[in-house]
Design a protein around this ligand. Structure first.
Ligand code: HEM
Length: 415
């Protein structure tokens, strides 16, 4: 058995922090390997990249999620007791709850709500000199997902809830005051969500049967018990937060339309190109860099030993741009998704494997359909100008957005 190659230096936290999307794949290339060992936050960690590595990560339940996430991510992005940290039968049962919310009709309903909301936002955009697209879409998606999920959102709370939900994903990796602000946001949101869960259980709030709030408030775990209200709150936020986070993909889509402007005409002419276009945005634009798990019991892969309990970090971005899976991987070529042989391990912007049995994101269909709604609107329904300055993606930021959050000027609705 060979020793796993090691990264230079004692601990790679800083290197990962400086280059969150490129560190793992670059180090693998330098070492001419698919994996290497290092320390992250002082803990021994095996970093892996590529489709074959993703298959090991997701297949055969060789890895588990219990205690795999750093505490600071749990206290901001994820919360405690949610589906992300469960394993085995308990995970699969809870995952069914999320998957039950993702039927075609429910996704279409959310889509319709976004189109309707866009129509009500657009007249306001026309009378302003400029808008910041990211801010508009975050508010719009907060309104839409709350309605869809059966969550009452009084007008006076819209901006506060939008800001709190944003803090969970935008400041999850931050240090210092921003990290503490994200923790406060989680605390307040969990209190709010737990209150609503209790009201549903007491019959004081009656969201529709198919809404996320109703499904989560009445879901019973394998032992037949209702989820405790704190955990139910975490799961409700597991619907609200990431749907608002789709605003990042929407801004990245707008950025792609601006940078690769020849696509605007093509998309106007051929509705069938919308999906390949947004898939290419999901592949090439950096969002989630990596996911973490731990070795359930020792195993070998390609002659390397993975000891029990060792933390493993799978490189999502590097796998999506791996030259062994993708021709011209750093070029924006939506055509590649026109004749694409779908593979659960080489295209993993929202995790890989199977949606029901693995931890793959249940919100992929929401993300894709919402990106298409906004892309269609930007291409077909409005004209606008984009100022040159500040529209480049900020490198090293997590998630990666244009510095000016994508400013649009002179918005006019097309006839
Ligand atoms: C904004 C775009 C999104 C991105 C980039 C994203 C990314 C991810 C990633 C990387 C994972 C982890 C996969 C793993 O651990 O193997 C994940 C899991 C998850 N996502 Fe998403 N996601 C997005 C949107 C959504 C939406 C819209 C929802 C729900 C409405 C959602 C709900 C979840 C849940 C509940 C999990 C945990 C699944 C599990 O542990 O089994 N996500 N997502």
């Amino acid at each position: 058995m060979s020793d796993i190659p090691s990264a230079r230096g004692f601990d790679s936290t800083l290197a990962l922090f400086r280059n969150p999307y490129g560190f793992i794949s670059k180090t693998c290339r330098d070492l001419d390997a698919d994996l290497f060992e290092t320390r992250i936050l002082l803990q021994k960690t095996i970093c892996i990249t590529g489709a074959a590595a993703a298959e090991v990560f997701y297949r055969e339940n060789r890895l588990i999620r219990t205690n795999s996430m750093p505490g600071r991510i749990q206290k901001t992005l994820l919360g405690k007791g949610g589906v992300q940290g469960l394993d085995g039968a308990t995970h699969q049962h809870r995952k069914k709850m999320f998957m039950s919310l993702m039927g075609t009709e429910r996704i279409a309903a959310l889509e319709g709500m976004s189109v309707h909301m866009l129509d009500s936002f657009a007249p306001g955009w026309e009378v302003r000199d400029e808008i910041v697209l990211y801010d508009e879409v975050r508010e719009l998606l907060t309104r839409v997902v709350c309605t869809w999920a059966g969550v009452p959102l009084p007008e006076t709370e819209v901006s506060t809830r939008t800001a709190q939900l944003t803090a969970l994903f935008q400041q999850a990796g931050a240090v210092g005051p921003k990290h503490w602000a994200a923790r406060r946001a989680r605390h307040r949101l969990e209190k709010w969500a737990a209150g609503m869960i209790q009201q549903v259980r007491d019959g004081k709030l009656q969201p529709t049967q198919e809404s996320a709030l109703h499904v989560i408030a009445t879901w019973r775990d394998l032992n037949g018990e209702l989820l405790n209200s704190k955990v139910a709150a975490v799961e409700l936020l597991n619907i609200l937060r990431p749907t608002v986070a789709v605003s990042v993909f929407v801004v990245q889509t707008a950025h792609a339309l601006y940078r690769y402007s020849q696509w605007q005409e093509k998309l106007r002419d051929d509705e069938g190109l919308l999906e390949p276009f947004v898939q290419e945005v999901r592949r090439l634009y950096p969002f989630f860099p990596a996911v973490a798990a731990r070795v359930r019991s020792a195993f070998e892969w390609r002659g390397y030993h993975f000891p029990e309990g060792r933390r493993v970090l799978l490189d999502l971005y590097g796998t999506n741009t791996d030259p062994r899976s993708w021709d011209a991987p750093l070029e924006f070529l939506p055509e590649r998704f026109q004749s694409w042989d779908e593979n659960p391990y080489n295209f993993i912007p929202q995790g890989g494997g199977d949606h029901y049995t693995n931890h793959r994101c249940p919100g992929e269909w929401i993300a894709i359909s919402q990106m298409k709604v906004f892309c269609r609107y930007l291409v077909n329904e409005i004209n606008y100008d984009v100022p040159d300055q500040g529209s480049e993606l900020a490198s090293g930021e997590l998630p990666s957005l244009p510095k000016n959050r994508f400013i649009m000027r002179n918005i006019r609705r097309r006839q």
